[in-house]
Design a protein. Structure first.
Length: 633
């Protein structure tokens, strides 16, 4: 069987109504024609943090164009000019057929265009000729956006043709987000200027926020000032007053994009541009009455469904946030998500993590954590209709750890990151949660924050382990130091006391260290110390511990010992010293004096007394020894 057609959709802000409308058309066409859609989306521009946007936009670097048959680029939703240019460059290099929306800047791409200019011109002319407006402000989208430019051009041309002219102080350039409407009103009405007759907005979101800001100042719409939008979104239709706006066939645009690109793939035709018509909707915010306003019962039903769905999602998000706060391992984090996944409107959730996501943030690996994804990744959670599996390793070039073999599947790829640092991404498939939920982005950020917390806990524990090692391990000899020995020996001592077992303790004092240091230098002295420490450590069995107790002193403790263990241990050390001295070829000998005892622990015996007794035995042994020859004969 032939593999299904694979289309990449590239956009930003999939929870916005424009994007949602276009995606509805794309998805409807894809399901009807057994096409797989992989939608790569960021939520950049939502938070005023450049580092956050870098982390969001990193999702676009995941796209492996070799895996697709065509690309639908919603370039009008992406504000970052550098990101736009990179995407366009990569798509051109792929030689795949590509569709954009309302953009004539790339003649090599197919273009689905909606006549923004004509509809905006009709709207502006309406408020002038029907409502007598003359002082008209304009809240625009970004200067780099072709659609924003078309709508602003229409505004300017109508004002010029009506003999009103354009006043630069009446224009505010935003970025299509609702908050821009609020900030625009504040700026346009600054310094006590009189209310304009009308405020024309380049989209509904900014218009609705503008109305809210005006109402907070006691300004009534449309009695005091007319406000208009563009897009005819659900919120605009259900708002009071209902918004005068422009209706655009968004779902039809999405379907047209799919149809054009499928024709190009199959070679049926190469239709370069498909133009769709838009038209003004005159309603209450300009003083007109729209007979097509939805009945109140329909509004109530829709409003209840939206509120109910989002309240459920908010409750779920609160529970997940609380549970994830307690997770201190990635396994626990994935288990918590899997337990709640069935409450989301989707069939499958995959969480994919970079190989280095646990790395500490340092200069050495920072670049790989910020730009792109590691060549191999893991998928610690693949939840598919209630079944849970994981994939230990897959290539990021495959994008999905388990690619679909059937058609008609819709997958959303969303970035997981902490500020600008990449952790991985999440894939949500076959469900409307990413586009119809108000909390999808918050959920993704919550998962990202949980992963970052786990990364910090793991790295903090590693640091604690390293500090503890520094506290108990001698850095030169790599065995216990005095602190480490006391900590370990105390429990061994108590165990022998409770079980009435005998305990072995030995002291080894290195002979001639000063001679080696003075004659051959401290580096040779260090070598001799390390050599003797290695000999002692190698001669200890699993029931024994050893430590560097002082400058040239070593101590050994053994559990459940007998007298013959002293002979065995001391003989092993002496034989090993002889063997090593022959191998090293040094002009000096490594030598050590040993004192040992095996004893049962009495009630008045302490570890300190035991150590003192072993030390005395060692020194008595040392006195009986004659001076050792340090030069090799």
């Amino acid at each position: 069987m032939d593999r299904p057609t694979e289309l990449a959709v590239i956009t930003a802000g999939i929870n916005e109504e424009y994007q949602r409308g276009v995606l509805e058309g794309i998805n409807e066409y894809a399901r009807a024609n057994e096409i797989n859609i992989s939608c790569f989306s960021a939520f950049s521009g939502v938070i005023s943090d450049r580092g956050f946007d870098v982390g969001e936009n990193n999702i676009y670097s995941l796209i492996n164009y070799k895996m697709f048959d065509g690309v639908i680029l919603m370039i009008n939703t992406i504000a970052d000019v550098d990101i736009k240019n990179k995407l366009v460059t990569n798509i051109k290099a792929s030689s795949l057929p590509a569709v954009v929306f309302d953009c004539d800047d790339y003649p090599q791409f197919l273009n689905v265009t909606i006549d923004n200019k004509k509809a905006m011109s009709e709207l502006v002319r309406h408020i002038i000729e029907v409502h007598g407006a003359k002082d008209i402000c304009f809240i625009s989208g970004p200067r780099s956006n072709p659609e924003a430019n078309e709508r602003f051009t229409a505004y300017c041309e109508v004002l010029e043709s009506e003999g009103i002219g354009v006043n630069e102080k009446n224009v505010y350039f935003g970025d299509f987000r609702g908050e821009c409407g609020k900030y625009a009103v504040r700026k346009l009405l600054a310094n006590g200027r009189d209310l304009p007759d009308a405020i024309v907005c380049a989209n509904d979101a900014m218009a609705l926020f503008a109305i809210r800001e005006l109402e907070s100042r006691g300004v009534k719409v449309p009695e005091d000032v007319i406000v208009t939008g563009f897009d005819n979104t659900y919120n605009a239709r259900q708002h009071f007053p209902a918004l005068t706006t422009v209706n655009r066939p968004l779902s039809e645009a999405g379907q047209a994009a799919c149809d054009m690109i499928m024709n190009a793939i199959s070679g049926k035709s190469w239709e370069k541009t498909r133009r769709l018509e838009a038209g003004p909707v005159f309603s209450e915010s300009c003083g007109c009455v729209n007979p097509e306003i939805a009945e109140i019962n329909m509004f109530r039903r829709n409003a209840f469904n939206v509120m109910s769905r989002n309240l459920s999602y908010v409750r779920l998000l609160n529970i997940l946030t609380s549970d994830l706060d307690e997770a201190d391992t990635v396994e626990e984090c994935m288990r918590i998500i899997a337990n709640k996944a069935n409450e989301l409107d989707c069939e499958r959730i995959c969480i994919c993590l970079c190989d280095d996501w646990l790395s500490s943030y340092s200069v050495k690996n920072e670049n790989s954590l910020i730009h792109g994804y590691t060549p191999t990744m893991s998928a610690p959670l693949i939840w598919n209709k209630g079944e849970v599996i994981d994939v230990k390793c897959f290539r990021s070039s495959n994008m999905d750890p388990r690619n679909y073999t059937t058609g008609g599947n819709i997958s959303y790829y969303l970035p997981l990151h902490f500020r600008e640092r990449c952790l991985g991404y999440i894939i949500i498939s076959n469900g409307d949660f990413p586009t119809n939920s108000m909390v999808c982005h918050t959920l993704v950020m919550t998962i990202s924050q949980s992963l970052e917390n786990i990364r910090r806990i793991i790295n903090l524990n590693c640091v604690i382990d390293e500090l503890d090692k520094m506290y108990v391990i001698d850095p030169l000899c790599n065995i216990y130091n005095r602190n480490g020995f006391i900590r370990a020996a105390d429990s061994m001592f108590n165990e022998c006391r409770i079980l009435s077992q005998k305990i072995l303790i030995s002291f080894v004092d290195m002979d001639g260290l000063k001679y080696v240091n003075d004659t051959y230098g401290h580096s040779e002295g260090d070598f001799a110390l390390k050599t003797l420490a290695k000999i002692i450590s190698d001669c200890c069995d699993e029931n024994m511990i050893c430590a560097r107790f002082g400058g040239d002193e070593f101590i050994i403790l053994g559990l459940n010992a007998e007298e013959e263990d002293v002979v065995r241990f001391e003989s092993a050390v002496i034989d090993r010293i002889e063997h090593i001295n022959k191998l090293t070829g040094k002009p000096y000998r490594v030598e050590g004096s040993i004192g040992s005892l095996v004893t049962r622990i009495s009630d008045d015996m302490t570890l300190f007394k035991l150590i003192t007794k072993a030390d005395e035995i060692m020194y008595s042994q040392k006195k009986r020894r004659r001076n050792s020859p340090y030069l090799r004969r």
